[in-house]
Structure formats: structure tokens, C-alpha cells
Design a protein around this ligand. Structure first.
Ligand SMILES: C[C@@](CO)(OP(=O)(O)O)[C@H](O)COP(=O)(O)OP(=O)(O)OC[C@H]1O[C@@H](n2ccc(N)nc2=O)[C@H](O)[C@@H]1O
Ligand SMILES: Nc1ncnc2c1ncn2[C@@H]1O[C@H](COP(=O)(O)OP(=O)(O)O)[C@@H](O)[C@H]1O
Length: 291
């Protein structure tokens, strides 16, 4: 079995500029990977079939699985005769705004490139990944990046200031399409993407905290008051910066000191079932390939 790690992402900023004719929104997002990951195991099979093996009851085990779609697309595009069994050990919460499914698809592309001996570059894999979902190209590279277009155009950035991230996911799951569908661009808040790029490049922790922002946050907070409440609690327990990731509902808090992060985790336990305390994996070099 060949193992690949599929880390989650958070959005330090997410700005929505306008709705396009193809139904997608033009965005500017600063994304970075965090040390919470699914584990994908790949085993080539000679019968040509693609199979998903997972015990997680929240994800599909057929062609609806994004990892399945990644394998099918790669197989068809490059006329691969072999198949693959894809084992998904799920650790990233599903439909959470953390790109778990997209990261599984991206890891499958990277891993199959290796076991099917395709010798494709990361750029080629990212281009292919855009057909599966807007977040897949970012997940192919990992690290930290400015994502534009509908999210598929990637400009790499250096790692932000080192810090701890507390992720808290309320029990609800959120549909990205529904949240974008309810966004009113006339009244929406727009974060300062350029200021966040400066904060990341200069590893300026305070500037990063000041400029966390997400156009979609108000939409999700208004639909689900428990997400607003979780944000308040995260602040109350001492998070230096707090934001919702992607379309939600996961809320993340950022702090510099590990002891402070632990205090927040302890405080949130009891209010929220799913709480994780992880490091930011801001550098692309830190993204493990095969394990
Ligand atoms: C909002 C973000 C931010 O990182 O993350 P999540 O909350 O899903 O993690 C992403 O842009 C989500 O990317 P992804 O989950 O790959 O979305 P896709 O499958 O491409 O699109 C799902 C649906 O969301 C809407 N959509 C998505 C991206 C975009 N730029 N504009 C949109 O309007 C469309 O209605 C689309 O049909
Ligand atoms: N491998 C996968 N892991 C998680 N979700 C998946 C996967 N394949 C398909 N899905 C579907 O994709 C949807 C979005 O899941 P996910 O990527 O976890 O959330 P988000 O887009 O909020 O980051 C879910 O409804 C889920 O059923």
C-alpha cells in the first residue's frame, strides 16, 4: 500500500468579487494548510476497477467520492489500464469548510501519479484537479497561496508567522453552493487581501490577525446562530484572532503560544464535540508526499 497525506486548509481571507456568467463567483482567497489530515492508501489493481474503501459513514463510497473522481479522471485522460483501491482514513470533518474532500482528491492525484508512473508535474495535476472542484488545485500544492478565479488560479506565498490553530466544528454540515447562493454582494463585507499578503510575506502575526476576513461569514452566521456563538466563545477563551473557514461551519482561532491554545481547547470542550489543536503547515516543503 502507498500512503499519501491529505491535509485540511483554512482561509485566512476569502473575498468574493462578483458572480460570473457560469454561476461561479470570482474570488480572492489566501489559503494555508494545517496539520489535520486524512490518510489515503493506494493499491494498484490489475482488473482496471476503481474502488473506495472507507468506514466513514459521512462520505460516499462510489463515484460521488471526490477521490474516486480524481482516479477516474486521471485514468481516462492518460489511458491507464490499471485500476486502484483507495482506502480513506478520514480525520478531517466532512462538509466543514476545511476542503477535506478536495484534499483527498488532490492526494489521490499525487499518489496515483507515483504508482501509475505517469511523471506528471504538480502544475499538470492541479490543472486536472480544477475539473473536480475549485479547491483541488490549491490542495495539490499545499503550503500557502493566493487563489483567484473561482479558486483554481494559484500564486504561491511563503509561510505565515508560526502559530497554533484551534479548529472547532459545530455539529451541522454546510453546503458551499447554498451559502454562495444566499450571498448578497451589495451589502457584503470585503477583506483586505493585499494587507494579508503583506502580513504573510513579512511574517507579521499582528497584521495577520487584524486582517482575517471572509465574505461568506455573515451568510453562514445568520443561517446558523450556533456558529456565531462558537466564534464568541473562542474569543472569550482567549483566541487572538477568530474566523470562519470557507463556507463554514468550522471556526478557527489563532494564537502564538501553545499553552494559550490548550486553554482554549479545554474551554471549548463541553460546548463543541469536535475541537482540534494543530500547527499551521504554511510551507509547501512540509507537505509530505508518500509516507
Ligand atoms: C468556499 C471554499 C473556499 O475555500 O471552500 P469550502 O467551504 O467548500 O471548503 C471553496 O471556494 C469551495 O470550493 P469547492 O468545495 O471545491 O467548490 P466547488 O465544488 O467548485 O463548487 C461548489 C459550488 O459552490 C459554488 N461556488 C464555488 C466556488 C466559487 N468560486 N464560486 C461558487 O459560486 C457553486 O455554486 C458551485 O457549484
Ligand atoms: N473524500 C471525501 N471526503 C469528504 N467529503 C466528500 C468526499 N468525497 C465526496 N464528498 C462530499 O463532498 C461534500 C463536501 O465535503 P468536504 O470537502 O468535506 O467539505 P467542504 O467543501 O466544506 O470543505 C460532502 O457533502 C461529501 O459528501
Amino acid at each position: 500500500m502507498y500512503y499519501v497525506k491529505a491535509p485540511a486548509k483554512i482561509n485566512l481571507t476569502l473575498d468574493t468579487l462578483y458572480k460570473r456568467d457560469d454561476g461561479y463567483h470570482e474570488v480572492e482567497m489566501i489559503m494555508t494548510t494545517v496539520d489535520l489530515a486524512d490518510r489515503i492508501g493506494l493499491e494498484a489493481r490489475q482488473d482496471g476497477r476503481i474502488e473506495i474503501v472507507s468506514v466513514d459513514r459521512f462520505i460516499p463510497n462510489d463515484a460521488k467520492n471526490l477521490a474516486y473522481q480524481a482516479a477516474a479522471l486521471l485514468k481516462e485522460t492518460y489511458n491507464v489500464s490499471e485500476g486502484v483501491s483507495i482506502t480513506i482514513e478520514k480525520h478531517i470533518p466532512v462538509a466543514a469548510g476545511l476542503a477535506g474532500g478536495s484534499s483527498d482528491a488532490a492526494a489521490t492525484l499525487r499518489g496515483l501519479n507515483h504508482i501509475w508512473n505517469l511523471n506528471l508535474s504538480l502544475d499538470e495535476l492541479a490543472e486536472l484537479g480544477a475539473h473536480i472542484g475549485s479547491d483541488v488545485p490549491f490542495c495539490v500544492y499545499g503550503g500557502t497561496a493566493l487563489a483567484t478565479g473561482r479558486g483554481e488560479k494559484i500564486e504561491h506565498l511563503s509561510s505565515p508567522a508560526a502559530c497554533w490553530v484551534i479548529l472547532a466544528k459545530p455539529i451541522i454540515g454546510v453546503s458551499t453552493a447554498e451559502i454562495y447562493g444566499q450571498l448578497n454582494l451589495e451589502t457584503a463585507y470585503h477583506p483586505d487581501t493585499q494587507a494579508m499578503i503583506r502580513a504573510v510575506k513579512e511574517k507579521d502575526f499582528s497584521l495577520m490577525i487584524e486582517n482575517l476576513g471572509n465574505t461568506l461569514e455573515d451568510v453562514t452566521l445568520n443561517l446558523y446562530p450556533e456558529v456565531r456563538e462558537l466564534k464568541e466563545q473562542m474569543k472569550r477563551f482567549g483566541a487572538e484572532g477568530v474566523l470562519m473557514s470557507g463556507s463554514g461551519p468550522t471556526v478557527f482561532g489563532i494564537v502564538q503560544q501553545e499553552s494559550r491554545a490548550q486553554r482554549i481547547v479545554n474551554g471549548l470542550r463541553g460546548f463543541c464535540d469536535e475541537v482540534y489543536c494543530v500547527r499551521l503547515l504554511g510551507d509547501r516543503e512540509e507537505l509530505p508526499k508518500g509516507v
